[in-house]
Unconditional design. Structure first.
Length: 462
């Protein structure tokens, strides 16, 4: 192992080595494992705090290294293959470490440059161009050490090798191991970039606005159907109504959490036939109204016309990504958000007095101050300054949803006890994952707690 490192070190300074050592397959496999670990660590650094772990990214790391080795093997002699591939992996890892370190240093030492889009793009291109030139020269030195030939011919072959590796990486979709809080799947790899570009062009030139117009026109009817299906209020009885919102379209975890959370609530409170759902997801566009600001306000108004606003209780459950300014909504025609002020204004404006608001999103603590009062329960997945976790695509729940709805909300346990138990579970998971605490927030207005107490005591459920 050390001998191949020395060969790569000399090549890194664009120097050849006479009589280079030849290594076998075990050394190549060992270096491949080390390079995989380096790439995962670099992704963790680049993602920063608040990232989400994506196990599919591990598959992508292994597949990308295997693909690189398969492509590079075509450009070196069989007798020298394992040695050349081992040195190539080391040099590639060095290039990746250097470029990541430079970009992080720029972000720390020159934040204005990093935040300026034009300057950042120019700097990034320059850094990567330098890394490519260095890599081509270093790999050419490795090949020349193993099979002495005219330098220009070797450089030409290594340039073709780099182009082949670039093409292979571009053609094969991949996923990161660690997703930063602002991760956008549209920039994950070339396939997603091209798909987003194609979709944008189609939206401008091939009639997608017509589809959007048709979708927008269908919203009142879709929402009115759900409002019409609400069971009527019973005089003298505290009825419980629910409005569920899944705001982010591209990750199924949110629609799964919405349905699972409403089912968990239905297990302890009578919300059957008292529920409206607003969902942003491609599978429900034709059947369920979108989660946008207009539909939210209309849904609150529709429920207020059915319920007894002084006697009954509205449960508002929201799950999506979050920003420091509001609850994220990913819509077919762009992005939007629901702010705490919009929610407070809608509920207060309709005179809905008794409320339970559950927000599963990053920075959801911003919803507590505008909503908290004696007649409102507010529970959030995080405080106003921290992210929450668990929104990876393959999951059924976020950390908060899993802890609160799936593992804590049980017959005989009211919202406050369930929330306190969920907080303990979440902190334990975060400690095991070595991530900063999300610090879920809870406010439990005594008036609405007392109003719900008989239900939790008798647990009529559905």
């Amino acid at each position: 192992m050390w001998r191949i490192v020395k060969l790569a070190a000399r090549a890194a300074t664009w120097r050849t080595r006479p009589d280079p050592p030849l290594v076998g397959l075990p050394v190549l496999l060992g270096i491949a494992v080390l390079v995989a670990a380096v790439r995962i660590a670099l992704q963790l650094l680049a993602a920063g705090s608040g990232q989400a772990f994506n196990p599919y990214g591990l598959n992508a790391v292994v597949a990308s290294i295997a693909l690189e080795l398969a492509v590079a093997a075509l450009f070196v002699r069989p007798a020298d293959r394992t040695t050349a591939l081992s040195a190539l992996l080391i040099l590639t890892a060095l290039a990746e470490i250097a470029t990541t370190a430079i970009m992080l240093a720029v972000a720390l030492l020159a934040p204005r440059t990093a935040q300026n889009a034009v300057a950042s793009a120019i700097l990034t291109d320059a850094i990567y161009a330098t890394a490519v030139v260095w890599w081509i020269g270093a790999v050419a030195c490795v090949v020349q050490s193993l099979e002495p030939r005219a330098p220009l011919r070797l450089i030409g072959r290594v340039v073709v090798l780099w182009l082949a590796l670039f093409a292979a990486a571009a053609l094969v979709p991949h996923a990161p191991v660690f997703l930063p809080p602002d991760f956008d799947a549209r920039t994950a790899n070339w396939w997603e970039v091209l798909y987003a570009f194609h979709a944008e062009r189609n939206g401008k030139t091939q009639g997608v606005p017509t589809e959007l117009a048709r979708l927008e026109k269908a919203q009142p009817s879709l929402l009115q159907t759900q409002i019409a299906d609400l069971a009527p209020q019973r005089q003298g009885v505290t009825d419980i109504y629910a409005l569920g919102i899944a705001g982010w379209a591209k990750q199924d975890v949110f629609i799964k959490e919405l349905d699972g959370g409403l089912a968990a609530i239905a297990g302890v409170l009578p919300i059957k036939n008292h529920t409206i759902r607003l969902i942003n997801n491609a599978d429900t566009l034709q059947t369920v109204p979108l989660a946008d600001v207009t539909n939210f306000q209309a849904a609150v108004h529709g429920i207020s016309q059915v319920m007894d606003k002084n006697e009954d209780v509205l449960i508002l459950m929201m799950t999506s990504h979050g920003e420091k300014t509001g609850f994220a909504l990913e819509l077919p025609d762009g992005m939007a958000e629901l702010t705490p002020q919009q929610i407070a204004t809608a509920l207060d404006g309709e005179g809905i007095k008794n409320r339970v608001v559950i927000v599963s999103a990053c920075y959801a603590g911003i919803f507590v101050p505008p909503l908290a009062n004696d007649n409102t329960i507010v529970m959030t997945a995080a405080d106003a300054k921290n992210t929450s976790f668990g929104c990876a695509p393959e999951r059924d729940w976020t950390y908060f949803g899993d802890a609160f709805f799936r593992q804590s909300l049980r017959p005989g346990s009211d919202f406050e006890n369930s929330f306190n138990h969920a907080r303990i579970l979440i902190r334990g998971w975060e400690l095991m994952d070595h991530v900063p605490p999300s610090n879920p927030q809870g406010h439990f207005g005594p008036a609405v707690v007392a109003k719900l107490a008989p239900y939790f005591a008798t647990n009529p459920g559905q």
